[in-house]
Design a protein around this ligand. Structure first.
Ligand code: PLP
Length: 460
């Protein structure tokens, strides 16, 4: 797919236009692009990313956004509403994550710009807190290989050594004993996922909690994906093991409001077992000539609109709404897994719930993906081994989507068997599955990815 599909249709602005353009013309152009792009997921055949997909809810949140979009959350004297919204979003998240079980700390949180932002602030907090309280100047952080790349990015940015631990190929989760081997006196924290992005499986948080306490290190639970849906699954009676502050070793949890809390992209919660950890990464510059400066995290100015929209969305849905949507999502996900299991050639990886991945021991699973793409499905792809995953969201719970998945899959399997000797067209790339990148040399892949990034930031 071209990075610049609109070049032929719409004017390309190579500089600020001399004369401002007509408002209705601009809006018509935007609407044309938006409607075409919405069509890529409105069918319900796109994994993850469009967690809500409800235009009515979007419309409501847009009203909230519009009221506050122009306000800067840094200027709290002008918008104390930001303090109300942030405090209440954090309180709702802490309540859902069972912060009331904490007796040994003062629970609190931080609103960030997304999952990567929450993870980055967690790594920064662990690094700085360990420097302040344990004198660690050569920090390391330990993650299972299934931990999100945002941990690698954060460690890279903050000069923290990252140690990666293989997972059990059958269960796709990490063994705490294997994690233990990588912890030493310079380890600031370890992490586990609830659930991981690739397989949708939950690491043994109870065991990791025991390990973290025994070795005196922090434990971050990455609930970016699962944080706002697994708790409802547990309440609905599904087999979801506790992963939150009920475990005494859990010191931080990331949970993305812009995923299963159905907010707009651009907000996430980082929840802390204790204030001291969060406050260790506050940034102060009291001596600056521009005035005494302090910010709670890495960002400077932020729009209060996103925070208002997130807050309003959560208030509108309530527990009843979240439970209702979670039930539909879990039911759809388990029914889709049944459809996969009905084919002996396919194998579900580990023990997932709302997000599941599958592979095949008989053919390259990307043949299934190739076929499903022709039917309009967009899965996420994994590698080592090749697998495809489906994070079930609200658009998949529409009538007819499960049936389409079942019938299309039943045709995809014979197609894959027939083409088992060929090289599939698609391969694994985060966020989607793209053409032929899986088994090329590392340098070649980097060059391709750099070209893609270039194309995405440039004019046609
Ligand atoms: C989405 C995700 C992240 C990162 O989130 P962004 O919002 O894309 O920055 C981290 N961990 C998991 C498990 C995720 O699914």
């Amino acid at each position: 797919m071209s990075s610049h599909p609109y070049t032929e249709r719409f004017e390309v602005l190579r500089a600020i236009p001399e004369k401002g353009r007509d408002e209705s013309e601009i809006l018509a152009e935007l609407a044309e692009m938006a409607h075409e792009e919405d069509a890529t997921w409105e069918t319900g055949q796109c994994s993850g990313t469009m967690y809500c997909g409800d235009h009515e809810h979007y419309g409501f949140m847009n009203q909230a956004f519009g009221l506050f979009a122009h306000m800067n959350t840094l200027q709290r004297d002008m918008c104390p509403s930001a303090t109300k919204f942030e405090g209440e979003i954090i309180a709702m998240a802490l309540d859902l994550l069972n912060a009331d079980a904490v007796e040994d700390g003062e629970t609190c949180g931080l609103i960030t710009s997304g999952g990567s932002g929450s993870i980055a602030h967690a790594v920064l907090a662990y690094r700085d807190h360990a420097r302040q309280t344990r004198g660690i100047t050569n920090p390391n952080f330990v993650k299972p290989e299934t931990g999100h790349p945002a941990f690698n990015k954060a460690c890279h940015l903050f000069g923290v050594e990252l140690r990666t631990v293989p997972v059990d190929p059958d269960t796709t989760v990490v063994d705490p004993a294997a994690m233990a081997e990588h912890i030493d006196e310079n380890t600031v924290a370890i992490m586990g996922s609830a659930c991981n992005y690739g397989y949708g499986t939950i690491d043994p948080i109870a065991g990791l909690s025991d390990l973290a306490i025994e070795r005196g290190v922090g434990l971050h639970v990455d609930g970016c994906l699962g944080g706002f849906i697994l708790p409802w699954g547990e309440k609905l009676g599904y087999d979801i093991p506790p992963f939150d502050f009920r475990h005494p070793g859990v010191t931080t949890i990331s949970a993305d409001t812009h995923k299963y809390a159905y907010g707009f992209k651009g907000t996430s919660v980082l929840a802390f077992r204790d204030k001291a950890l969060r406050n260790s990464q506050y940034f102060y510059l009291p001596e600056w000539t521009g005035g005494k400066y302090c910010s709670p995290g890495m960002d400077g100015s932020r729009s209060n609109g996103l925070i208002a929209a997130t807050w309003a969305g959560m208030a509108r849905l309530g527990s009843e709404g979240y439970l209702k949507y979670a039930k539909a999502i879990f039911e759809t996900a388990f029914a889709m897994q049944d459809a996969v299991r009905s084919h002996p050639e396919l194998r579900i990886m580990g023990n997932p719930s709302f997000c599941f991945s599958f592979t095949s021991d008989e053919f390259d699973i990307y043949h299934v993906n190739d076929f499903m793409r022709t039917r309009g499905w967009r899965f996420n792809g994994q590698q080592y081994p090749n697998a495809i995953h489906m994070a079930v969201t609200r658009p998949q719970t529409q009538p007819g989507v499960l049936e389409r998945f079942t019938t299309d899959l039943a045709e995809a399997v014979p197609y894959a068997l027939e083409h088992a000797g060929d090289t599939p067209d698609s391969g694994a790339i985060y966020g989607g599955v793209e053409g032929g990148m899986t088994d090329e040399a590392d340098e070649f892949i980097r060059a391709l990815m750099a070209d893609l990034m270039d194309a995405q930031q440039s004019l046609p």
